[in-house]
Design a protein around this ligand. Structure first.
Ligand code: OAD
Length: 243
């Protein structure tokens, strides 16, 4: 297998998707061929879906909270923690996953691009999002104790913008001029959802070395210089040479 060299001249941006959590037992999105109880995920994980049937949306996320509550990080998550320890502030992890497994594994320099399954916010007022593991399987809609409005999971839904602070943090890392060379590695993502799917094009504009680790070819595989086909839990632990 080709080796990814992580030395003192390297700045590494990693993007992870649902495939990195698959070996921990968290189902991927396309693995469910995009359906949940015969609803397209886009119809449930969207402002329109919440407007139409907030109880259904809470059933969906309650199931995911229950499913994600007792899963454990896998060797792919652990490899990323080692890479971060080796590179320090020359490492940044942008994840599309909302399961919190990177934090549970010990990753600290993480951008939760799509929010966090175990955080809740109010759909109707600007109260601060708060940590929340509560589940509502019968489909009740929890109410905001500040405004009485509807609470919702603090997840970036289809059609919603990512937090500008998150995009700025990633953009700063990509455009940093500190004499290091940028390496970009995407793992376990189908390259189907933007803007995450466009990161590979953004980093190529600054001449980054690009890697994709995925169990199958992805929508944007040809945009990567290196494609290592395999399970992230098996590939990531031996892919990098820490110099
Ligand atoms: P997907 O389910 O679209 O893609 C997962 C990718 O990982 C697929 O290409 C699989 O082939 C691959 N894969 C599966 N198991 C793997 C493993 N063990 N090792 C390596 N690769 C593996 O998930 P995402 O690309 O993350 O959005 O989906 C992006 C977004 O679409 C998600 O963040 C979610 C979803 O709707 C929100 O939640 C807002």
């Amino acid at each position: 297998m080709e080796q990814l060299v992580l030395d003192s001249r390297t700045r590494l941006l990693v993007l992870t998707g649902a495939g990195v959590s698959a070996e921990s037992g968290v189902p991927t999105f396309r693995g469910m061929n995009g359906l949940w109880e015969n609803h397209p995920v886009e119809a449930v994980a969207s402002p329109e879906g919440f407007q139409a049937d907030p109880a259904l949306v809470w059933r969906f996320y309650s199931q995911r909270r229950t499913g994600a509550a007792d899963v454990k990080p896998n060797p792919g998550h652990d490899a990323l923690v080692r890479w971060e320890a080796h590179l320090g502030d020359r490492f940044l992890l942008a994840t599309q996953n909302v399961d919190g497994l990177h934090a549970r594994a010990g990753s600290q320099r993480v951008v939760d691009m799509h929010g966090n399954l175990f955080r809740t916010k109010c759909a109707d007022c600007r109260r601060e999002p708060f940590d929340d593991t509560s589940v509502h399987p019968s489909g009740t809609v929890p109410k905001c104790d500040s405004c009485g409005g509807r609470l919702r999971p603090d997840i970036v839904w289809f059609g919603e913008m990512l937090a500008s602070a998150d995009l700025e943090r990633i953009g700063e890392f990509v455009s940093r001029k500190d004499g290091t060379r940028l390496v970009f590695l995407a793992a376990g993502t189908s390259g189907a959802v933007w803007p995450a799917a466009g990161l590979v094009d953004e980093v190529r504009t600054v001449g980054a070395e690009t890697w994709l680790v995925n169990s199958e070819s992805a929508a944007n595989t040809e945009r990567f210089q290196h494609f290592v086909q395999g399970l992230s839990g098996q590939v990531l632990p031996t892919l990098a040479k820490l110099v």
